[in-house]
Structure formats: C-alpha cells, structure tokens
Ligand binder design. Structure first.
Ligand code: TYD
Length: 138
C-alpha cells in the first residue's frame, strides 16, 4: 500500500435546522468490516498521537469534533490530510506509517478499525518500518 491508497470518504449528511445528522453503516460506507471503535480526546495542545504502522489493521478516522492533521507515510512519500468536519473520514489501509497532530481544543478523533486490538500488529520503530516496507513485508 502507498499513500495514494489513502483517501477521504464523504459520509451521508442530513441537513436539518434542528441540527445535522451523519451516520456510518457496517459494510456500506467504509471498505472493511468494523471490529473495533475507539476515540482520542482531551489531547493537550501540541501533542502527537500515533507514530506507528499497523501490519494488518485498516482504519477510518473521523473528526467528530474539532480538527486535527493525519500524516501518512509509505516510506517514499508522505501526505497530510486535515480533518475538521464530522461527515468526512479518512480511510487508511494497512502497512502505512501514521501520525496525528495539530489537535484543536476539545477535538474528538473517532477511529474505526478492521481488527481487535493486538499489540503485535504495531510497528513502532520507524527504521524497522522502512526495512519491512523495502522488503515488501508490510
Ligand atoms: P496506541 O494505539 O499506542 O495510541 P496512539 O497510537 O494513538 O499513540 O494506544 C495507547 C494504549 O491504549 C496502548 O498501550 C494500548 C491501549 N489500546 C487498547 O487497549 N485498545 C485499543 O483499541 C487501542 C487503540 C489502544
């Protein structure tokens, strides 16, 4: 996978004077079955989350509130996506280095994952990531 496989997906949005509504349905809006959902909140100013790759996990990230930047890296190229609308999400396939930073105050990052949590799925060392990528192992 390369950073060109990462893309924004626009979710359904019902505009309503009472307040807008968006949703995600299993199998309909994102290209994997959702096994896990988690969220990142109360991020102090200047902090960075992520800083790793997954061998097997695909993810879809939504800025439910506020905004932040997601930088993806395939070992050759990097791309940064700014998420700041709750009806856009970022699809990230497996095998890419990713970092999330520039969190605005009170931002809430909701993440859908294709796997259950498994610490062995993480590659946390960037040089190891580059090596795995170079040898087609991730
Ligand atoms: P981690 O994925 O390392 O956070 P980030 O990549 O955003 O810096 O997760 C931090 C800790 O949370 C980690 O030690 C294990 C725990 N965790 C779970 O137990 N389940 C999960 O689904 C996730 C994402 C993390």
């Amino acid at each position: 996978m390369t950073v060109d496989d990462v893309h924004i997906i626009t979710l359904p949005k019902f505009n309503d004077p009472r307040g807008n509504l968006s949703f995600i349905e299993q199998s309909n809006h994102i290209p994997f079955d959702i096994k896990r959902t988690y969220w990142i909140f109360d991020v102090p100013g200047g902090e960075c989350r992520g800083g790793h790759a997954y061998s097997n996990t695909e993810e879809f990230i939504v800025a439910l509130s506020g905004g932040f930047d997601v930088t993806v890296d395939d070992g050759v190229k990097k791309k940064t996506f700014t998420l700041n609308r709750s009806y856009y999400g970022l699809y990230i396939p497996k095998g890419l280095w990713r970092e999330i930073d520039n969190f605005s105050t009170n931002s809430l990052a909701l993440e859908f994952a294709s796997t259950h949590y498994d610490s062995k799925d993480y590659v946390r060392n960037y040089d190891e990531f580059l090596n795995l990528k170079k040898n087609g192992k991730i």
